[in-house]
Design a protein around this ligand. Structure first.
Ligand code: CTP
Length: 440
């Protein structure tokens, strides 16, 4: 595994040396990139000695070398070399550059050029951290899938006490290993994702639809792709850009979505039905635009339940996961839906709250299968997508015969939990990511 550690200019720069060490102890090969400001705090020589590699400090420094042209694209070569990029410490300045796509030094160009997972460990004065500009930049990065390793609270270099202390190097290394653990864990899988809402025409210009933005399904497609799966994305109309390297199938109606899914489901090893499919369609569609002629009654007919049909036609080994959008009795309805549809799992969303669920950038969910119920607290949809994929993969693993683990787990169970699960649950707010095994 190969990691680029980016060091930007903060007093915590010296702790990056410990991070390099912590990663190397886990057999990770490390390269280091430093910004100009970082070099005011720590000499590149420190990192060169630790890693045994040249430290990248500038896009241009080698311009007088005979091989200068080659050096000019070092940032691209590094971007491709890295299995992950972690920036620690990440200053307010580098977060702002990343968020706005400013590419004026080695680290910021490398960030834009890499398609590997990116983690940042912010470190700065408490007021700088709390400033709306910084918080907006962090939110932007988080929405794009950058993993934020939250700073801790304590005494800061400036003498103030508050949030802004860089996370400990061991915790940062653990987060990096957690992300790397997911790399390519879906290689060989073909994931069919449905996303967005369908539209059922009333006349040439009107339709019955819903507020689904497609963001959750697109995040799942993107996450599955970045974990090595071949992805087929069947999408209703959305305003979203197609995720890269996915086979895109655009549909409009529930019936078109059904045909597209049934035609491709045999290729899939995993089907995730995140789409908000219309439950009803108008019995007749007017060829001409309907005129206003007083009150009107629409006759609707139910659409086919695509998820139920996919379950009926499944082939052995195929995993099928549905979603459930609920506004009341979330768990009860979710469990009933799991039984009724016969899927391997249902991701239950509460769509009644502000800011979560339909059309929002964040979501909270409960992952329900016959044997487990995993609470996933509110987080960006891209992060939630990875958590959902983690749980889907866990369906393939045999389950230990333990009644419950989470907050009350004993040491043995904890050891049995994968390193990745540990990193995830430790990086969540308390009580989050709690997993309950239901023994029936
Ligand atoms: N679904 C489907 N075809 C439909 C309706 C829903 O495949 N015609 C799928 C959705 O993609 C989702 C799951 O079924 O994965 C549950 O969708 P949801 O709208 O929550 O439930 P419904 O089955 O429509 O039940 P209800 O609206 O009565 O809650």
């Amino acid at each position: 595994m190969r990691v680029v550690v980016g060091v930007s200019g903060g007093i915590a720069a010296y702790k990056a040396a410990e991070l390099v060490r912590a990663l190397q102890r886990q057999a990770v090969e490390v390269h280091v990139v430093m910004t100009a400001a970082a070099q005011r705090f720590v000499q590149p020589l420190t990192f060169a000695a630790l890693t045994g590699y040249k430290v990248f400090t500038s896009l241009w420094e080698e311009a007088s070398d005979p091989g200068a042209e080659q050096k000019g694209i070092d940032h691209i070569a590094e971007a491709q070399w890295a299995d992950a990029l972690v920036v620690a410490p990440a200053t307010a300045n580098i977060l702002a550059k990343f968020a706005h796509g400013i590419a004026d030094d080695f680290l910021s160009t490398l960030y834009l050029a890499t398609t590997s997972p990116v983690l940042v460990a912010p470190a700065m004065n408490v007021n700088m951290w709390n400033h709306p500009a910084t918080q907006a930049n962090v939110a932007t990065l988080q929405d794009r899938g950058v993993r934020i390793i939250e700073p801790g609270t304590g005494e800061l270099a400036c003498g103030m006490v508050g949030e802004g202390r860089m996370a400990e190097p061991e915790a940062i290394a653990a987060a990096v290993l957690g992300v790397l653990g997911r790399r390519n864990d879906l290689a060989g899988e073909v994931v069919l994702v449905t996303a967005g809402g369908t539209r059922e025409a009333l006349d040439p210009v009107r339709f019955i639809g819903n507020r689904s933005s497609g963001k959750m399904g697109y995040a799942l497609a993107e996450a599955a792709r970045s974990r090595g799966a071949k992805v087929i994305l069947v999408s209703g109309p959305t305003g979203l850009r197609a995720p890269r390297q996915c086979e895109m199938v655009q549909v409009t109606t529930a019936e078109e979505m059904r045909s597209a899914v049934l035609a491709r489901m045999n290729d899939a090893t995993l089907v995730i039905k995140a789409a908000a499919v219309a439950d009803y369609r108008p019995v007749s569609v007017s060829e001409q635009k309907l005129k206003r002629t007083g009150s009107m009654t629409l006759e609707l007919a139910p659409t086919e339940d695509i998820l139920a049909e996919v379950v009926r036609r499944r082939r052995p080994g195929q995993l099928i996961v549905g979603f459930a959008a609920e506004t009341e009795n979330r768990m009860e309805n979710g469990r009933a839906k799991l039984m009724k549809k016969g899927a391997d799992a249902i991701v239950v969303n509460d769509v009644s709250g502000e800011g979560v669920g339909i059309d929002a950038d964040t979501n909270a969910a409960t992952f329900l299968s016959a044997a487990t119920s995993v609470e996933m607290p509110e987080m960006p949809k891209r992060e939630l997508a990875d958590r959902i994929l983690d749980e889907i993969l866990a369906l393939r693993r045999p389950r230990p015969l333990v009644a419950e683990f989470g907050e009350h787990q004993d040491a043995k169970t904890r050891d049995e939990q994968s390193a990745q699960d540990r990193v995830l649950s430790e990086s969540m707010p308390s009580g989050a990511g709690r997993r309950q095994l239901i023994v029936e």
